[in-house]
Design a protein around this ligand. Structure first.
Ligand code: SF4
Ligand code: SF4
Length: 172
């Protein structure tokens, strides 16, 4: 894990605060790696769904005490976590009803786009077609927002929560 520089706060993946963390972590077990970094960021690793589920599937340790740490380990001073309040408040039916409305697909500003194709070339889900502007296939998009992060001219952006609700209700 390259954590020489990291980002904290609410506005990831491209709009948060850049921090000089100065860490590089390696591990033979990726879950253990995530557990250590989560603890250094100041959160309980089980609160991260992918880590918790990986632990439930027996893919690695979820308790920091079960990880053998070699080298220096120290919490990152002042690391600002994203808020969990919204996620915590959803349960059961609310999750089934509200979560789908909160999906947000990246949006393109054609006036800014220079049609370089970087977003399409780096989309891990191969969800972007260039024709000639990038078009996001919502059925494939995993909402990782790499396209917004990598766009050199900020033509691809992450919509606001409100815009996301509009996207879900209208399909536009
Ligand atoms: S990376 Fe940005 S500028 Fe390049 S094609 Fe994609 S949206 Fe357009
Ligand atoms: S958000 Fe991620 S998956 Fe969706 S189009 Fe952008 S890079 Fe591809």
């Amino acid at each position: 894990m390259d954590a020489l520089r990291g980002m904290d706060g609410q506005n990831g993946p491209s709009g948060g605060r850049v921090l000089g963390i100065g860490k590089i972590l390696t591990s033979s077990n990726p879950v253990a790696l995530d557990v250590v970094m989560a603890a250094m960021a100041g959160t309980e690793p089980r609160r991260i769904p992918t880590t918790r589920i990986a632990g439930e599937r027996g893919l690695g340790p979820v308790d920091l005490s079960a990880v053998e740490i070699v080298g220096d380990y120290e919490p990152i001073p002042g690391f600002r976590l994203p808020s969990y309040r919204l996620a915590r408040s959803f349960t059961g039916i609310a999750t089934a009803v509200v979560y789908p409305l909160m999906r947000r697909w990246p949006i393109l500003d054609r006036q800014l786009c220079i049609k370089c194709g970087r977003c399409a070339d780096n989309c891990p889900a191969v969800a972007i077609d260039m024709s000639p502007f990038p078009a996001v296939g919502r059925d494939k998009c995993i909402m990782c927002y790499c396209c917004a992060e990598l766009c050199p001219v900020k033509a691809m952006t992450v919509p606001s929560l409100f815009r996301g609700v509009i996207q879900n209700l209208t399909g536009r």
